[in-house]
Design a protein around this ligand. Structure first.
Ligand SMILES: N[C@@H](CCC(=O)N[C@@H](CS)C(=O)NCC(=O)O)C(=O)O
Length: 215
């Protein structure tokens, strides 16, 4: 199987996680961010992640990929219940996390931005939708303070470092993908329990954190 991804993309992280957790070999193909033709040719839309299955067919949508792989390769692992409080935390965190992470992505040395054209494509598209990156960067101090408080609020919700609700569930895909994105932000305060979960999940899923390119 092949998984088409962008390295910065949290949805792609969710899809990558299930392969790491089940120790299933997967060929990762990083799409250039300005390559519209390849994903449109595969699924009719410019998006990632896209799984190319063993039968040659293509599957988009991160959580569909997670559930497909989980139920078709060895015994299912993602069997635990979700906690609505994790969903609520993710929703509330999004407004502060997104403007912190978005402008930093272009300086993350990701393969999808290897060419100036791919980098400009991303900047133009995202600035049109979310505002200028310079203005977003200027909001850093307040947003870092806010997200650091949210990470403190998250701490009591994490039951185990290998599954936030004690048994692996969809929540782990959404939560680890968000925490991994946040590791591109320098200066956040990570409570010990949240950092332990982040680091353990990175090991278990074989998905790299972004600490080395944090800004
Ligand atoms: N619901 C989709 C969302 C995927 C998604 O929004 N991916 C982004 C990349 S982070 C994308 O392809 N955006 C279009 C673009 O980059 O032009 C999923 O869960 O897989």
């Amino acid at each position: 199987m092949k998984l088409y991804i962008y390295e910065h993309c949290p949805f792609c992280v969710k899809a990558r996680m299930i392969f790491g957790l089940k120790n299933i070999p997967i060929e990762l193909k990083v799409l250039a961010n300005d390559d519209e033709a390849t994903p449109i040719g595969m699924v009719g839309k410019k998006m990632a992640p896209i799984l190319q299955k063993d039968d040659g067919g293509y599957m988009p949508e991160s959580m569909d990929i997670v559930h497909f792989v989980d139920t078709h390769y060895a015994s299912p692992l993602v069997t635990g219940p979700v906690n609505p409080l994790i969903g609520k935390w993710l929703e509330e965190n999004h407004a502060a996390a997104y403007p912190l992470v978005l402008p930093r992505n272009v300086n993350g040395r990701f393969e999808e931005f290897a060419t100036p054209a791919a980098r400009s494509y991303f900047i133009n598209k995202k600035e049109a939708a979310s505002g200028g990156f310079e203005e977003l960067m200027s909001r850093t101090p307040g947003l870092v303070k806010k997200v650091s408080q949210q990470l403190r609020d998250l701490e009591p919700l994490i039951q185990q470092s290998n599954a936030c609700n004690g048994e692996l569930s969809d929540d782990d895909f959404h939560l680890f993908a968000r925490l991994r994105s946040l590791t591109i932000v320098a200066g956040l305060e990570w409570p010990a329990r949240v950092a332990g979960y982040r680091d353990n999940m990175a090991n278990q899923t074989q998905v790299n954190l972004l600490t080395s390119v944090a800004q």
